[in-house]
Ligand binder design. Structure first.
Ligand SMILES: [Zn+2]
Length: 602
């Protein structure tokens, strides 16, 4: 008797436990027997540029959904005709939706998405005869619309949620078929832009058919619209940048130095963002993804280049900080006959730091780098040299090189590279196997040094600001993003660099691209690479007093930085500071330069 009693009690407890555990699920199931909770989708937040120009807004889109239990006597053929789909597609798609492996939340009682992201023209026919197709209904949604065919990489796109994103959705907010920010700004700010879904509670009768609103809609929850966001972009500048890069492979990044606000972020080849909207999305996506010129890649943040001569101003500042040189230090230069690094120019010798920046003297920067690394000698087992190298690396990285801006809202950044001691230890097989001479190409921004155009523009803003940068960012509404990073270089050291870069634009390699009425500073770069012609670089800021724009330009396989990158920067500066471009000849000429025959326009 006692044993039987115990067994009964145990069974009872187990049953109670399982009921408790399953209660939530049970409740849900029971609820959907009597009620139908129909989702009402909120409008997504709108995007504006820094001057309140509307960039991205919503247009209506429609999903065809069904509740399997409510499908009665469907005239499949007529339904397919109205939707302009084949009967095979219909059968295949129904199978797919009902397959619990692919769609684990499938239930015959809840709404299931049959087709998504349709436009009004696609649903017009079916809408009129919807009453015939009991069990099917049209769900209103919104898709993105773009006022300008520009900024595709920065803005990003929305698309149907992926199974992986659904799995990672811890709050359980999303349902299969929902649209989410898939990349770019739309992805970063998904939480703010999405809004909150609402619910319409409908009542069913005993046979499961919908009878109407429950309690006259008193239990309904209204959807909450997504937040509108003002971006830091200046759309006019962005559009000009895209026009200037037409027919070329490269990028332009412009930043407001004292706020870190990205004014323009251009990557070419590019695409019209409206190509990635709605049902055409996946077709267009595969077209873009298969183009060998990689139009989907945002080169401004993802491409990594050796910066060449545009690295020299930063080398100078770090050497001044580490006390390896001072403003009066001179080194000799034998022009193209110099060793171990040739000079690409003929100029007087010995050369001062000021003239070395203006003339982009390679030997000067080699001597500067060597002085930085061997200050105090190599030491036992190169220990002092290694300490100096490490200090140099830390100081260079303070300009934002060699790492992502982790406190930024900019999507998909590459790290670039400022090689560590460990890296060279591995390459040269020991801690003493490499010396200043071994890594000399770093002195002129070549070798292992890699930067992204975003990093170069940001570091340029450090010079413009005389010693700090604010984390580059894209959301103007969010003051949380204003992180200040001091590079720890004394203000007075910037004077010689500023003067040298002013001379480049006034008398030097970029003198042909003066901006009318504006004093500004810059540096060109021409960087060898093993695939075709040199990459053209330019970095600069304007106006010289109280700079409002810092800019970096890269044109791949174009040739001289002074010929191909400087005019682009100059026109961008003119547009931003004066609101227009008066040098229309230069504008037309620059826009029409084609440096890559494979670049297509999408
Ligand atoms: Zn020289």
């Amino acid at each position: 008797m006692a044993v039987i009693m115990i067994v009964v009690v145990v069974i009872y407890i187990l049953r109670l436990f399982s009921l408790q555990i399953l209660e939530d699920k049970y409740k849900k199931g029971a609820a959907s027997n009597a009620f139908l909770n129909k989702t009402i989708y909120p409008p997504r937040g709108l995007l504006y540029d820094r001057n309140d120009s509307l960039l991205v807004y919503n247009k209506p889109a429609y999903d065809i959904a069904f509740i399997n239990r409510e499908i009665r006597n469907l005239d499949t053929l007529s339904f397919c005709n109205d939707l302009k789909i084949t009967k095979e597609y219909f059968i295949e798609r129904m199978k797919e939706v009902k397959n619990r492996d692919k769609n684990p939340s499938y239930s015959s009682l809840t709404p299931q998405v049959f087709m998504t992201q349709l436009e009004i023209k696609d649903v017009a026919a079916v809408q009129q005869s919807m009453y015939k197709y009991s069990g099917f209904y049209i769900q209103t949604r919104t898709l993105r619309e773009y006022r300008y065919a520009a900024g595709g990489h920065v803005l990003g796109s929305i698309g149907e949620i992926t199974p992986r994103m659904l799995e990672n959705d811890e709050e359980g907010y999303y349902d299969p078929g929902d649209y989410v920010g898939r990349d770019g700004f739309e992805f970063t700010y998904e939480k703010d832009l999405k809004g909150e879904k609402g619910v319409e509670v409908l009542l069913r009768d005993a046979r499961g058919r919908i009878k109407g609103k429950y309690e006259e809609g008193r239990k309904d929850i209204a959807p909450k619209a997504g937040k509108n966001i003002k971006m830091t972009l200046d759309i006019k500048l962005q559009i000009l940048g895209e026009q200037l890069l037409a027919g070329k492979v490269g990028s332009v990044v412009a930043i407001e130095p004292n706020t870190g606000e990205i004014l323009a972020m251009v990557s070419n080849p590019t695409f019209d963002p409206s190509l990635l909207v709605g049902r055409e999305r996946s077709k267009n996506y595969s077209l873009l993804v298969n183009d060998p010129t990689k139009p989907l890649m945002n080169r401004a943040t993802q491409a990594q280049y050796s910066p060449g001569s545009s690295f020299k101003p930063f080398q100078a500042l770090v050497a001044l900080k580490q006390g390896a040189i001072n403003e009066g230090t001179r080194f000799s230069c034998n022009g193209p006959g110099s060793s171990p690094i040739r000079c690409t120019h003929h100029h007087g010798s010995p050369v001062s730091l000021l003239n070395a920046i203006e003339q982009s003297c390679n030997p000067y920067f080699w001597h500067t780098f060597e002085s930085t690394l061997v200050k105090g000698g190599y030491g036992k087992d190169n220990q002092n040299f290694r300490k100096n190298y490490d200090e140099w690396r830390i100081n260079i990285m303070k300009f934002g090189f060699g790492a992502r801006f982790e406190d930024s809202d900019i999507y998909q950044q590459s790290r670039g590279n400022i090689p560590s001691e460990n890296y060279f230890d591995k390459v040269y097989k020991s801690k003493t196997g490499w010396r200043a001479l071994t890594i000399r190409s770093l002195s002129i921004g070549q070798g292992e040094v890699l930067v992204t155009p975003l990093q170069l523009a940001n570091a340029t803003s450090v010079i413009a600001n005389r010693g700090f940068f604010i984390t580059p960012h894209l959301n103007k509404s969010d003051s949380m993003l204003l992180h200040k990073h001091d590079v720890g270089v004394d203000k007075r050291h910037f004077q010689v660099v500023d003067e040298g870069m002013w001379r480049v634009n006034e008398f030097g390699t970029a003198r042909s691209y003066k901006v009318p009425g504006i004093n500004w500073c810059g540096k060109t770069g021409t960087v060898q690479n093993n695939r075709g012609k040199d990459h053209a670089f330019y970095m600069g800021y304007a106006p010289r007093e109280n700079p409002k724009i810092a800019i970096a330009v890269v044109v791949e396989n174009a040739g001289f930085g002074s010929t191909f990158a400087a005019p682009i920067a100059s026109l961008m500066v003119e547009q931003y500071l004066t609101g227009k471009v008066v040098r229309t000849d230069l504008l037309t000429k620059t826009m029409n330069v084609r440096t890559n025959a494979n670049v297509k326009e999408y």
